[in-house]
Ligand binder design. Structure first.
Ligand code: FCB
Length: 486
């Protein structure tokens, strides 16, 4: 072995740490947030169409009728992704576009949109990652009772079979649900999301049926997809922290962890609901009737990878009578709690941390801890960060540029956290920036911009922000830039 003498070694910056070989770089969107074309080619309303058209539900009365017009502009959008060097694109399918009543045969025109999108991606060398459900239940199924009704799981299994049949030959990574916590507890608990119901028992029933629908869809996908295909689910696992070291605050954290996290990871990854969750919510639902024979075996069918979405940690306390938290209305304020059985827990904003335009505190260690916690609790489970990103008040400069140094700093900090978790043993397979482009941010409408590409909604012009160029560079290097943030 020849050693290089230090005095003649080439003077170079030290090599930046590389992300693991095969680490996937992507960006994510969701159907209702970007597609538009709400009434085209046979698509019928989903619960989000109904909700956004209900006065007072969404900021400024905004709707997804046009959104970022991705339905018509997907070819240009894929070209932009290619230009940025993205290796994967995570999108969701609008159920009511492919199966307008939520039942029966598919509409070919609806399926064709996704076939064309996927072909365009493959042609550009970008791996499609398909999510079956990102919150947009066909309105007809909500009219029949929605997720609190068990029969909706039959509908979802049929829909999964349709999609596997249509795209199974060309999509290698499938996700059943995006953030079922939001569907159950914001949709049926606090009511800040569609369908806007405020029924704690229905929210718990919805959670069980979302779990069951996930397991049934995994079975269908496994049956129909080629052997190499990967199946997954994406959870917004709350990184719960107690406000103080008191026993009361520890109990608050335990409760939120139960109904925020373990209500999904328990049945999906361990085949059982946690005892403490059942006890905390026993006055609301009769779990022994809700969970039928065979359900837990169905729900716990193995997934190949777990998707985790992370934005900000969750700081909680158990207040004395009369006290309240400083607030943490992560997806919109409501008089109704999204925490059935734990309504008295108070939520706080961390002091002394910078915040995004959502008023979410910026805390990359939360992502590191989350990845390490999941790795500790479920050793060997491959992970994928399926969403991470931030909203800021971006604007176009007179020179036509969008400078977003805060987003670059946010992404840098969180990618560094991913790298630290990988170094400490977490098996993280990829990272998807939320979002590819500005879009309809649910109850906040178009007022919050999460994109790395700016969308001028009046002209639908796309302008990659400075962070898009930065991210491109990270992808090219397969490493974070060293010594500073650019
Ligand atoms: C997540 C959602 C995504 C987007 C981001 C900001 O909870 O999955 O659609 O709204 O938050």
């Amino acid at each position: 072995m020849t050693a290089v003498r230090p005095d003649i070694a080439p003077k170079q910056a030290p090599e930046a740490t590389q992300f693991p070989t095969g680490f996937v770089w992507g960006a994510a969107t969701a159907a209702y947030q970007v597609e538009g074309a709400a009434a085209e080619d046979g698509r019928t309303p989903s619960i989000w169409d109904t909700f956004s058209h209900t006065p007072g539900k969404v900021h400024n009365g905004d709707t997804g009728d046009i959104a970022a017009d991705h339905y018509h502009r997907f070819r240009d959008d894929v070209a932009l992704m290619k230009q940025l060097g993205l290796k994967a694109y995570r999108f969701s399918v609008s159920w009511s576009r492919v199966q307008p009543t939520g039942r029966g045969p598919a509409v070919e025109r609806g399926l064709d949109f996704y076939r064309k999108l996927v072909d365009e991606l493959l042609e550009a060398g970008i791996a499609p990652v398909a999510t079956l459900y990102h919150w947009d239940l066909p309105q007809e199924l909500e009219d029949a009772g929605g997720w609190p009704q068990r029969v909706t799981t039959d509908r979802f299994a049929d829909y999964a079979a349709i999609m596997a049949g249509a795209l199974g030959d060309r999509v290698a990574t499938w996700t059943t649900f995006n953030e079922p916590w939001c569907s159950a507890f914001l949709g049926y608990g606090s009511g800040v999301h569609a369908p806007g119901r405020t029924e704690p028992a229905s929210a718990l029933r919805a959670a069980h049926h979302l779990n069951l629908a996930h397991g049934r869809a995994i079975e269908v996908l496994r049956d129909q997809l080629p052997a190499g295909a990967q199946t997954s689910v994406t959870l917004n696992l709350h990184q719960v922290r107690p406000l103080t070291a008191s026993a009361a605050d520890a109990d608050a954290a335990r409760r939120v962890d139960a109904v925020g996290n373990r209500i999904f990871t328990g049945p999906m990854l361990r085949g059982e609901y946690p005892e403490d969750l059942l006890a905390d919510t026993a006055h609301l639902v009769d779990w022994s009737k809700l969970v039928q024979d065979g359900d837990l075996a169905a729900i716990s069918r193995p997934v190949d990878v777990l998707g985790v979405n992370y934005y900000t940690p969750t700081l909680v306390s158990m207040p004395e009578k009369g006290e309240s938290g400083s607030g943490n209305d992560v997806h919109g304020a409501s008089a109704f709690s999204p925490w059935p059985g734990s309504e008295h827990v108070a939520f706080h904003l961390a002091e002394g941390k910078e915040r995004t335009a959502m008023n979410w505190s910026i805390d990359p260690d939360g992502l590191y801890n989350l990845l390490m916690d999941v790795t500790r609790d479920h050793p060997g489970l491959p992970l994928m960060v399926t969403e991470n990103g931030a909203a800021f008040d971006d604007y176009v400069s007179p020179e036509g540029r969008v400078e977003d140094p805060e987003r670059i700093a946010y992404l840098h900090g969180h990618l560094d956290a991913v790298q630290r978790a990988v170094a400490d043993g977490a098996d993280v397979r990829g990272y998807f920036l939320w979002s590819l482009m500005d879009n309809f941010e649910w109850a906040y409408g178009y007022s919050k911009r999460f994109g790395t590409v700016y969308v001028d909604y009046a002209s639908q012009r796309r302008i990659p922000k400075a962070s898009a160029h930065w991210y491109s560079d990270v992808i090219r290097r397969h490493a974070l830039p060293q010594g500073g943030l650019s």
